[in-house]
Design a protein around this ligand. Structure first.
Ligand SMILES: Cc1ncc(COP(=O)(O)O)c(C=O)c1O
Length: 393
């Protein structure tokens, strides 16, 4: 076959990144086994009917045509208002661009920030696509570990040490997947200092901003002198249960958004108008829908914490945010993937090995809170018992 570029080979490496357990769980489920899937961050419920109806109405009204590459004026306006309200920083529609999900925003920001071989710093544990996104732009991911003992709160000094003259971006994620940690103001101020001193972009993935249960979400865009060097990534996937609709955005300085517009011109050529009209209804309905979804995950978090609390072996990191629980299984098994595979075989529960999120989460597993309370409590009770009775052959 004719050669595939090195760039694509770099992102489609063959090493098992932890998805192996998930794919096996899915295959078992398809084959009719009673598998409970707690491996992916997708809701077990559908999008608010008002949003769905808006989409249908838009289609019926003939919104079948190209739309502006940047996103519709109305949706950009709504995003600008949302970001202005949460950061206190004046934000105009020209500082926003709508894109197909936060993931497209992550990709676009790496393309914007990195020259070939430039370094992009990421903090462990990280969302599973981060390293590949940087590699896709020809960059080199540099990981900064965090410690379970410190609740995975990053140390700005360690981030500063990872930065060298070839570093062009730092990518952070607060509230965080998989740990549920919310970065403190001190942490963010420390990271902002590094960005200002070394003149690097701060890419701030805030797709879980609406699901905060303890502490306060602070966007680094709100910090002194940071609006000009921060690229905020947002999405309606988690906040509005719209994973499949693919609606996200990037907010940043106008010249950066103009550059991203050229990038999306060559790639997506805009998004569907009927999706954007529906998304607008979601953003304009106020906080009610998002608050309802956040309350549901908070309740499930507490259900899972109660059931897992029965274990003498598991150490559960109490998440302050988001829709996951990161569980330390090192007291029974140093290898999160081995534990996840054994759990799948014995209890038919599918979870993600911590190793998929970087070495700092080795010996952990992540569960997504994506089943109803009773099923979740049952799965967590069985998980706790399985860990406590762990006795590998
Ligand atoms: C931290 C984080 N960022 C980005 C994404 C991508 O979300 P989407 O592309 O659906 O907006 C996810 C999805 O799970 C995530 O967990």
């Amino acid at each position: 076959m004719t050669a595939i570029s090195h760039r694509l080979h770099a992102i489609t490496g063959s090493e098992d990144d932890g998805w192996g357990v998930h794919y096996r769980a899915q295959a078992m489920k398809r084959a009719g086994e009673p598998v409970i899937l707690l491996s992916v961050g997708d809701h077990d419920f559908t999008t608010d009917p008002a949003i769905v109806e808006a989409c249908k109405a838009s289609l019926d009204a003939g919104q079948h045509h190209y739309s502006p590459v940047t996103g519709t004026a109305e949706l950009r306006e709504a995003v600008a208002k949302r970001i202005e309200a949460s950061t206190g920083v004046p934000t105009t529609p020209d500082q926003t661009i709508i894109c197909p999900g936060g993931q497209a925003g992550l990709f676009a920001c790496s393309m914007l920030a990195l020259e070939p071989d430039d370094r992009g710093v990421i903090v462990e544990p990280y969302y599973a696509t981060y390293a590949q996104t940087i590699k896709a732009a020809g960059g080199v991911p540099v990981c900064v570990p965090t410690a379970p003992e410190n609740g995975f709160q990053p140390d700005a000094m360690a981030i500063a040490e990872a930065v060298n003259p070839n570093t062009r971006m730092i990518l952070i994620n607060s509230p965080q997947n998989p740990s549920g940690v919310v970065y403190t103001r001190d942490t963010l101020e420390g990271i902002a200092d590094v960005c200002r001193e070394d003149d690097v972009w701060l890419v701030s993935d805030e797709v879980y901003e609406s699901q905060v249960y303890e502490g306060e979400h602070i966007s680094p865009r709100a910090l002194d002198g940071m609006a000009d060097r921060t690229l905020v990534i947002g999405s309606m996937s988690k906040s509005h249960a719209m994973t499949g609709w693919r609606v996200g955005w990037v907010v940043g300085p106008e010249p950066a958004i103009a550059a991203l517009t050229d990038l999306f011109l060559t790639m997506t050529y805009g998004m569907a108008s009927f999706i954007q009209e529906a998304a607008l209804v979601g953003l304009n309905e106020g906080a009610a829908g998002e608050t309802r979804i956040a309350a549901l995950y908070r309740r499930r978090r507490d259900v899972a914490l109660r059931a897992l609390g029965a274990s003498k072996k598991l150490r559960v990191h109490r998440p302050a945010a988001a829709m996951y629980l990161l569980i330390d299984v090192r007291a029974v098994c140093a290898d999160g993937a081995a534990f996840a595979n054994a759990l799948l075989d014995a209890e038919k529960i599918g979870v993600m090995p911590g190793e998929s999120f970087g070495a700092s989460a080795a010996g952990h597993i992540r569960i997504a809170l994506t089943v109803e309370d009773d099923a979740l409590a049952d799965a967590c009770t069985r998980l706790a018992r399985f860990a406590d009775e762990w006795n590998p052959a």
